[in-house]
Design a protein around this ligand. Structure first.
Ligand code: F0G
Length: 458
């Protein structure tokens, strides 16, 4: 048998509806060509994010019903704690409402103005939380990780020599923590190898710098290690994950990704002294330490979901279905970040629409076209998201890359949904010369992509 099937059957369904072209045109106009402003019910296939959008299993729904809502010391907390300690191996665990809350507490307790935090690539909330403390966030991904078309099995790897250089340059005392993001979301959902994690860990230990893993997609990363790294093909994803975390001093986690849950996260560490400060901040901003920012039922669903994310049958299906989407569009010539990532496919919109300049927002033009053509919602990662308007001159500065991310929610869509997405993208590919650019008519001073209003170029 060569067909890799969805390793589940469907017990509960949610209707989706294809709107007419006239309806989609009207919805786009009402949303000022910003798909964040669309109603989800007007979207057919929603690839905006893989965060909090997973379908929960029957076991997770059973966990929800078992949820113990005691304020302190609930059974759900102890199930959550046992699962996190078993998989991640850290002694201190603080539950948070999502990943960025864990980041906020970690950096608030470690960083001060003038500090420097290296990462392979900071996710935007991670960078924002580092910068909020007055520290500087530095991305040290290997050069291949910055080249969309270059193939490399572990494009998320950190440049270890660059890390050594940074430490020599700024001094160990200005680096309170080093992060490794697995998989590297902002770099295309690309994995980090075990060899690279070992090397980064060795450098950090030599200099006495704590290493923390941004663990959002740790199970997908473990699967890539099993698939691509020499000598790893016999190992269980759980076993690989445990080794990865044994190399670090702690982690931040968004359970909205490989926790298979719709909300949740945690901060974990082996540093019991630091954990006291972190716990005090947790009580101030999230909640009592045995529930943090979560209901007991959420803790329970995550405890179950973390193991489901490590199931080899699930991971085989998961990575195969993302790869399937990437390979089918790239075989027809569509330029994507190669090789396909774990949770998403990133289209190189600058290469897809070479007649548009960065300030014509080619990524957003493609995002609008995906909705107009097929009711698909994706997200622009280019000049709309990361470009800057000079507040004095009004001059727009483009982002380094113009990408469109198609993030695949976990266990939500079937192969025919993905075939439909492929058809939609290829329909636009075949008439790409006619796609027009956009410009921004209204924008907020930061994180402008969420609320910006746009208009087509005339
Ligand atoms: N780190 C990484 C690598 C992420 O991808 C995210 C979220 C976070 C941290 C923050 O977690 O959302 O639970 O606060 N990424 C989502 C996305 C939003 O669409 O990629 P959070």
């Amino acid at each position: 048998m060569k067909t890799i099937i969805e390793p589940f059957k469907i017990k509960s369904v949610e209707p989706i509806r294809l709107t007419t072209p006239a309806e989609r045109e009207a919805r786009l106009r009402e949303a000022a060509y910003n798909v964040f402003l669309l109603k989800a019910e007007d979207v057919l296939i929603d690839l905006l994010t893989d965060s909090g959008t997973a379908a929960m299993s029957a076991e997770q729904w059973a966990s929800i019903m078992r949820g113990d809502e005691a304020y302190a010391g609930s059974r759900s907390w102890f199930r959550f704690l046992a699962a996190v300690q078993d998989i991640f191996g850290f002694s201190q665990v603080l539950p948070t409402h999502q990943g960025r809350a864990a980041e906020k507490i970690l950096f608030a307790t470690l960083c001060k103005p003038g500090d420097v935090v290296p990462n392979n690539t900071h996710f935007d909330t991670t960078r924002a939380n580092v910068e909020y403390t007055g520290a500087r966030a530095v991305d040290l991904v290997i050069p291949e990780g910055r080249q969309p078309q270059t193939r490399h099995p572990f494009k998320g790897n950190m440049d270890v020599a660059a890390l050594e250089r940074l430490i020599a340059e700024v001094g160990r005392e200005r680096i309170p923590v080093c992060m490794l993001t697995i998989t590297n979301n902002s770099g295309g959902g690309q994995p980090v190898s075990l060899a690279n994690a070992r090397a980064v860990s060795a450098v950090c230990r030599k200099h006495g710098i704590p290493l923390y893993i941004d663990a959002c997609r740790f199970a997908e990363n473990a699967w890539f290690i099993r698939l691509r790294e020499e000598g790893q093909s016999h190992r269980a994803p759980l076993d690989i994950a445990r080794e990865l975390f044994s190399l670090a001093d702690g982690c931040t986690m968004s359970a909205k990704k490989d926790g298979m849950a719709n909300i949740g996260g945690f901060l974990a560490t082996n540093d019991a002294r630091l954990a006291v400060d972190q716990q005090n901040l947790l009580i101030l901003t999230e909640g009592f330490p045995t529930y943090g920012g979560l209901a007991g039922r959420d803790l329970d669903a995550i405890a179950t979901g973390l193991y489901e994310a490590l199931d080899p049958d699930y991971l085989l299906y998961r990575i195969t279905s993302t790869t399937y989407l990437g390979e089918h569009i790239s075989a027809a010539g569509v330029p994507i970040v190669q090789p396909p990532g774990g949770h998403a496919i990133y289209i190189d919109a600058a290469a897809f629409l070479p007649h548009l300049k960065p300030l014509d927002l080619p990524g957003q033009a493609l995002v609008v076209e995906l909705y107009r053509e097929a009711g698909i919602r994706a997200v622009e990662i280019g000049t709309l998201m990361f470009g800057r308007r000079d507040p004095e001159t009004g001059q727009e500065h483009p982002a380094p890359m113009e990408l469109v991310r198609l993030a695949v929610p976990r266990r939500v869509y079937t192969q025919s949904h993905i075939d439909y997405v492929v058809e939609g993208i290829l329909a636009i590919w075949n008439k790409r010369d006619a796609v027009r650019g956009y410009h921004i008519t209204e924008q907020a001073p930061f994180l402008r992509h969420f609320t910006a209003k746009l208009a087509p170029r005339t």
